[in-house]
Design a protein around this ligand. Sequence first.
Ligand code: FAD
Length: 106
Amino acid sequence: PADVETLGRNSWTLLHSIAATYPTSPTPAQQDDVVGFIKLFSKLYPCWVCAEDFKTYIRKDPVKAGSRGEFGKWLCDAHNHVNKKLGKPVFDCSRWEERWRTGWKD
Ligand code: FAD
């Protein structure tokens, strides 16, 4: 299997890209899909210690999927939880769309 770092970097790219293309006004079915996807992702993520921690995080702070902004912020907070655990810099969540959707201005 891919190493934990490569797997992680590529997985965050997938997850934040899903948030970036998530509707601003999702239907109930679209909300169910993204909530279900994250739950299954947390079960199947092939770094088992990571998956255990992510499942615990989701139980404490359930996925918010009422809009692109809400889901993007939830995911950014979840990623920051892992950043803190690993001693990595905390990302400014007011800028997640710049990083993952619209592109940096500079
Ligand atoms: P990454 O953390 O992979 O980030 C990639 C890019 O995303 C960054 O360069 C930055 O531009 C951007 N970014 C950073 N923070 C945010 C944010 N909050 N919101 C939006 N964008 C951001 N590794 C472990 O060793 N132990 C674990 O328990 C663990 N759990 C994980 C759980 C999940 C669900 C995932 C997806 C990954 C997990 N990882 C874990 C992997 C870890 O999070 C990193 O992906 C890995 O260490 C590589 O880090 P990186 O420095 O390349 O940047």
